[in-house]
Design a protein around this ligand. Structure first.
Ligand code: SF4
Length: 108
């Protein structure tokens, strides 16, 4: 799931995990449980969420599904990835300000 180029990926909690769990066929409370648990304690979650939103990535990144990231962008950032700053990623995670269902499927 991760592009190995950004330096922060070297600290990723999922570095040694199978990427399959970050791309489930459907998003359910069950299928997101393991990747979300990894993301919860990941030291680079802020960078990861920011990267995912600003690059419109699919799959689970930064403890969010692509559906959740779409809703964050659409609701709070005028659906423009350029409006989402690293500080927004930090605030989103620290304050858990977005409470959005994981959705039952991929958006795209
Ligand atoms: S936040 Fe999650 S998806 Fe992102 S690097 Fe960490 S463990 Fe991997």
């Amino acid at each position: 799931m991760l592009d190995p180029k950004p330096a922060w990926t070297q600290q990723a909690a999922c570095k040694a995990e199978s990427l399959d769990i970050f791309f489930p066929n459907r998003y359910t409370e069950n299928t997101v449980q393991k990747p979300f648990a990894l993301c919860q304690d990941c030291p680079v979650r802020i960078d990861c969420l920011h990267e995912a939103i600003t690059t419109s990535s699919v799959g689970i990144w930064g403890g969010t599904t692509d559906y959740q990231r779409f809703k964050i962008l659409d609701t709070y950032f005028n659906n423009n990835p350029k409006n989402f700053k690293l500080s927004d990623s930090q605030e989103a995670i620290e304050k858990n300000i977005y409470s959005i269902p994981v959705s039952s499927k991929y958006l795209i």
